[in-house]
Design a binder for this molecule. Structure first.
Ligand code: ACO
Length: 322
């Protein structure tokens, strides 16, 4: 049985911070940021606005699009590296706000790959018939873990949330060819230090700040992302020519261009939102997905590949027939 995406939604905090505004507080420029990353602006959560607030808004929109009420949901997975609290899971707070009282709600932590990991978990629950209706959310407030004095990292990230509703295609007459065709997950802990937060409850008892070796991350990202898209295609006897759209994790326009080139795809097959959203970690794929659904680029029957890489390293892909 396949899991099908039956609705999507997103939420972006109202405050937009431009490159020019950042350049008034750190030694950077609009030109440098655009040339190296493609980023023009990012959304930043208001004081007191938390990851669960963003996640709840995105999930409500996705449920409304699917025509499903929160009480029908029996699995809720939130991908986040910036939870409201160390525990309980942010997912349980979102669960309560959606009116979902049964089933399971928990967080998945794979940083920028989190949404792919969460989709894989939910898909496998549905395939195993342990869940019928899942809400999968990527939500982050990375602004809270940035070192705003470090120009090498603070210009790259933003806050936001995106969500999809997954349903098992169990009804008679449902087209069983549509849905998640396969998911592919990888991690390699040898690279833990290349992209990490230098704090945490068990190590420093502080929240910490994001630290990154940008060039090394870039190099691994292009290799791993093209490899994991190739793996998805081979597993389904498909080629790059069959792909209608790539909905990639939005880290950096140059990573998107290099990955597209390695796959032999033109950039007009890639959904790009990094210019407006910056890197929103686990939220970036569902934000880009919903953006392209809302503007009519993605439509029923399209073959879509989602791919991401993040700290750990973790990386993965999901191949979906819409
Ligand atoms: N403004 C101006 N100058 C800057 C800035 C800035 N914001 N940041 C760094 N610089 C300077 C550096 O200090 C350095 O100056 P120097 O030559 O005088 O020492 C110079 O620019 C070059 O620095 P590099 O770090 O070598 O620049 P690079 O071309 O590698 O670009 C970047 C940096 C954009 C971070 C790039 O390495 C990158 O995109 N890496 C991928 C990282 C990423 O996207 N991570 C996201 C999380 S992982 C993921 O999502 C896949």
């Amino acid at each position: 049985m396949r899991s099908q995406i039956v609705g999507s939604g997103c939420y972006l905090p109202s405050r937009v911070v431009t490159n020019a505004e950042l350049a008034s507080t750190v030694d950077t420029s609009d030109e440098w940021i655009i040339e190296r990353t493609g980023i023009r602006q990012r959304h930043i959560a208001a004081d007191g606005e938390t990851t669960s607030d963003l996640a709840t808004a995105a999930a409500k929109q996705a449920l409304a699009a699917a025509g499903i009420s929160g009480s029908e949901v029996d699995l809720l997975v939130v991908a986040t590296a910036t939870p409201d609290n160390t525990f309980p899971a942010t997912a349980t707070r979102v669960q309560n706000r959606l009116g979902m009282t049964g089933g399971a709600a928990f967080d998945v932590q794979a940083v920028c790959s989190g949404f792919i990991y969460a989709m894989a978990v939910a898909d496998n629950f549905i395939k195993a018939e342990q869940a019928r209706t899942a809400v999968v959310i990527g939500a982050e407030t990375f602004s809270r873990i940035l070192d705003w004095q470090d120009r090498g990292t603070c210009v790259l990230f933003g806050d936001g949330a995106g969500a999809v509703v997954l349903r098992g295609a169990w009804e008679r007459g449902t087209n069983q060819d549509r849905g998640i065709l396969s998911t592919h997950l990888h991690s390699d802990g040898r690279h833990y230090d290349l992209l990490h937060v230098d704090g945490g409850p068990s190590s420093t008892q502080t929240v910490g700040h994001l630290r990154m070796e940008g060039r090394e991350v870039f190099r691994h990202a292009v290799t791993n992302l093209s490899q994991v898209v190739g793996e998805a295609l081979r597993a389904n006897d498909l080629t790059a020519a069959d792909i209608d759209w790539v909905v990639p994790h939005q880290a950096n326009r140059r990573i998107l261009e290099s990955t597209a080139k390695k796959l032999g795809l033109s950039m007009d097959r890639m959904v790009v939102t990094v210019d407006r959203h910056a890197n929103t970690s686990a939220a970036s794929i569902p934000l880009a997905f919903h953006t392209a659904v809302a503007d009519g680029r993605l439509s029923k029957g399209d073959l879509v590949v989602m791919e991401a890489m993040g700290g750990g390293f973790t990386w993965g892909s999901a191949l979906v027939r819409l």
